[in-house]
Design a binder for this molecule. Structure first.
Ligand SMILES: [Mg+2]
Length: 280
């Protein structure tokens, strides 16, 4: 197979923090097989591999890294990519300097917001979230994402007086997911697996799985999960560039759940740059 490689980059509208990395610009390598285009786009702070490692992995046809494997499997499985418009959840970061009531009032109706929790002072965050959840519009739903940052004790205190009826699920809040049963309000909340998706067959308490086909589950297995329907599949992205986003939207259209694919809004697409590729 002959591939054409091009270098892509795009500044973000505002910096994002992934793990310990602060990112201002997204970089990737676009691969074109003459039929479809896929991006090699490991996300610093999430993927272990660098862009260069991802490229070499693809070039050497080893596919040991999830980002290169995704590209390979896209070429294996897809002979075309359709442009599909799909409704996604929106990302919301808790900003303690914003009034929580006002933040709730500005949420759009009939929309799902994913709120990252456990990133700052837990007590201040909890107080903010309490007011936010109490002031939400009837038709707004919330997905909480804890990124494995809570102990059992911390999470019990955090959830204690939150209004949970608008919360669709909580994504991996605990350092140790198997302790979920120790959470006092676990029966009032659905659990979603993300980081521990590899345990989806053992962790029966997880109703949802958050699938990032470029990172935590291969495309082959994503398609399998969508067909199996033993857990609800939420297709999500790792701040993917435009070609990958198109592919993920196509996948998400196969599932029943609103995907987490609004991250292109973070790209300053007016300044997107695709240029000839020089070996890195
Ligand atoms: Mg998550």
């Amino acid at each position: 197979m002959n591939y054409t490689y091009r270098k892509g980059s795009c500044p973000l509208r505002r910096e994002i923090k992934i793990g310990n990395e602060i990112i201002h610009e997204r970089e990737w390598i676009e691969i074109d097989n003459g039929i479809i285009k896929v991006d090699l786009a490991p996300l610093p702070g999430l993927h272990q591999e660098t862009l260069k490692e991802s490229y070499l992995d693809f070039k050497n046809a080893e596919f040991k890294t999830p980002s290169a494997l995704f590209a390979k499997e896209c070429f294996d499985f897809f002979t075309g990519v359709e442009d599909i418009e799909i409704k996604s959840n929106k990302l919301l970061y808790i900003d303690l300097s914003n009034d929580p009531k006002e933040s709730a009032n500005t949420c759009q109706v009939n929309t799902i917001y994913k709120v990252k929790i456990g990133r700052g002072d837990l007590d201040l965050e909890r107080k903010w979230l309490k007011i936010f959840l109490e002031n939400l519009n009837e038709s707004t739903q919330i997905r909480l994402d804890g990124n494995m940052s809570f102990t059992v004790e911390q999470l019990n205190a955090y959830l204690e007086d939150l209004k949970l009826d608008r919360v669709q699920y909580i994504e991996e809040p605990l350092v140790n997911a198997t302790e979920w049963q120790l959470i006092k309000r676990s029966h009032e909340l659905e659990f979603a697996l993300d980081e521990n998706i590899g345990h989806r067959r053992d962790f029966h308490f997880a109703k949802y799985i958050i699938v990032k086909p470029t990172w935590n589950l291969s495309l082959r297995n994503t398609l399998k999960e969508l067909a199996l329907e033993n857990q609800e599949v939420v297709i999500s992205s790792a701040f993917e560039p435009p070609n990958n986003m198109k592919i993920l939207k196509m996948l998400a259209a196969e599932g029943d759940q609103v995907p987490g694919l609004d991250t292109l809004e973070y790209f300053n697409l007016d300044r997107l740059n695709i240029s000839p590729f020089n070996i890195i």
